[in-house]
Design a protein. Sequence first.
Length: 345
Amino acid sequence: MRPGGPPQNEMMAYDIEEVPQLQEAAALYAADHLDAAQSLLSKAVQDKSGNAQAWLMLLDLYKIRNLKKEFEDLAMTYTVKFERSPPTWNQETPQAEARKEARPNSDFFNFQGKDGLLQDILKFTEFANRLGSARTDLAKIKAITSDEADALAKTLLDLRKRNVPIRFNNVTTLIDMLKKIIGENPSKDFLGAWALLFELYQREGRQSEFEDLGLEYAMGFEMSPPSWEAVPVQAPSADAEQANETEAPATLQGYPLRGSVSLENVAHVQQQLIHHGASNREVHINMAALQRIDFSAAGIFADTFSKLASAGKKIVLIDVNELIFPLLEAFGVHRVAVLLRRKAQ
C-alpha cells in the first residue's frame, strides 16, 4: 500500500496495489481519503505520457473540495496540453463533500422537537437551501401533528422538485409513526400525515406502498391521490450502443441518483433501482448529481447492477463523473452495464 493510503480494514478485500493507478485514486476518494487521492492524481498529471483521465479526475476533485484557484490553473493547462475545453467550475456537481471536509458533519440537521416541530421545519428548510443538501436522523422525531406533517411534506416536496439532496437515517421509524396515525385517525383532519407518508414513499422508491396508500386515500376521502412521479426513460441514442468510453447525450435522462451512496443508504438505493428496473426493459440511471460512492458500500452498489443484468435488463449509467468511473470499473460494473462519462463541457 502506498504511504498515505487507507488502512487495510477500510479497503475490504480489495488489494489496492493490484489495480491501475487511477483506480487506486478512485478507491482512495471513495474511502474518503481526499488528501491521498489528490496527491496521487497530482503526481499522475505530471507524467509526460499525458493521461487525460487523470487530469479530469483531479479537476473533479478540486471542484468537490472547493479549490477554485487550483481548478482554474489546472483547467488552463489542460486546455493548452490537450487542445480541448476543460470542465467548467459551475457544473452541476454539488459541493456537499467540500463542506463535509471543511466543517465535519456540517450538513447534518438535528430536529429538536422541544416545542413542536414547526420551528424546526422552518430552520431545516433554511438550512437545506443554504447548504444545498442536508441529512437528518428521523428517529429523533418522537411525535408529529397533522399540521407539522403537512409542513414537512411541503418542504420535502419543494426540495425534491429543486433537486436538493436530502438524506435520511431511520426513515422507517417515521413511516411507521405516520401509518399508525392514519390508522387511528381516518379523518380529513389528519391529511397532513397522508401527505408526508406519500412523500416519504416517493423518496424511498416504494411505488407499491405508494399506490396502495393512494387507493386507500381515494376510497376514504373520495379525492384523487397524488400521482407517482417516475422519471421518464427515453430510448438510447446510437452512441449508447458503443463502448463505455462514450459520452452521454445531453438529452438522455434516467432514474436520478444524488448526493452520496454510503452504508447507511445503499440498501435503500439498491431497493429503489431494482424496483425501477422491474418495470423497464432498459434501465437508465442518471448519475450527474451523484458525488461519491463510499468504498464500504461500493460492493453492494455494484451487485445491484449484476442483479438487474441477471434479470435480463440492459443497464446504462449516464453522466458518471471521473472520480466514480474507475471505481465502477474496479468492481466490474462495466461488464454488466454501459458506462457513459460525464461530458467535459
